[in-house]
Write a protein that binds this ligand. Sequence first.
Ligand code: FCB
Length: 440
Amino acid sequence: MPFPGGFTWGAATSAYQVEGSTKADGRGVSIWDTFAAQPGHIRDGRTGDPAADHYRRWEQDLDLMKELGLKSYRFSIAWPRIIPLGTGEVNQKGIDFYRRLIEGLLAREITPAITLYHWDLPQPLQDVGGWTSRKTAEAFAAYADILFTAFGDVDADWFTINEPKTTAFEGYGFGVHAPGVQSSIAAGAAVHHQLLAHGLAVRRFRASGAKGRIGIALNLMPVYAIDAAATQATLFTDGAENRLFLDAVLLGKYPTDAIGGLPGQFDIGATAFDGNVLPGDLDIISSKCDYLAVQYYGVAGIDANGSQVEIHPISRATWQQIYPQGLFDLLTRIKRDYPRIPLIITENGMPDPTADHTVDDPYRVTFLREHFQQASRAIAAGVPLEGYYVWSLLDNFEWAEGYTQRFGIVAVDFATQKRTPKKSAALLTSVIRANAVSRG
Ligand code: FCB
């Protein structure tokens, strides 16, 4: 099953999950440093230090990417390395690190795919409200501008915000991610201000004249009614999980059915949410993007109460119901319901079934092959899909799960930091080489 010529194949990581060296070279404190240091927040009690020690081993990691045949590498820039206090003074050593990384990629003919924000908000910004504050969106735009100036000569693919939904719901709603706030009203504000931050950054990108392209990375989840009684609740869940973000970014409006107290809706007072939205915001949020980045892990069944029900096998990450065809459903749905825009899958993957170091991962080989097949099918059905990044290049710090969930196609022995490609890495290499995936 073929992929189009020039298809972008890659693997992804994020700064806090792989870099380590959280105190090196003038890096400021992020909300994940603070959150992980507090007892009870991370399953194994550990933190993003040393993670996969990528800050020191980046060169070796670039060689590995080259050996695997990756065409592109998606990484994130740590805001606290660039502007340690969130606003104000720029830390040249931070810029220098990412310059070296980018030059190292280019020297190996690997395209940089740069995420501006993958959850590591500078702590001083959280101290004044974090994403509940509109000021954070403005601070983000100023931070983005510094990077567009620093790296605008590079023909990179940029991604503004990684998964605003996860930050809003897990970080500000349920409090299981940094910053650990538990308030649905705060979650609503975090949705809007992250989307606003995205739009402001897109405008700065255009104004800066930087090379390359830009978009946002949304995690989307197809939902399926488990019976006829669940139809309405499923529609509402789709509103909260998907259309709240898609409609804002691609249509310039918030859906009317996503927020409210009915089963499946995002339960914050609509008035509270609307209070964050100033005239003109949705024009900013829907500033034209070059592509939409889609992160797909799985699906959910929905019952009449709007609760998620298991209708497919879950992975070690219990939120993940594995259903490769959901990817086809999602991609074709975006094509059907929204103005035409190129798509890139910026994350897709699964954890090993145990926390142990392993290189033999037949389940991931099957998982990736089946998802690649669905992507190829979607392209054949007319979906303008241009790239596919596997999550993740390396085993890493999986947020609240610490080091207990390994998503890498390359195993990391966290005692020695030795890297060993898993069988799934070999699969990816052969798919890249053929620019096609086998049917079987
Ligand atoms: C996504 C995150 C990524 C990683 C995977 C498993 O939600 O963007 O950092 O943790 O899940």
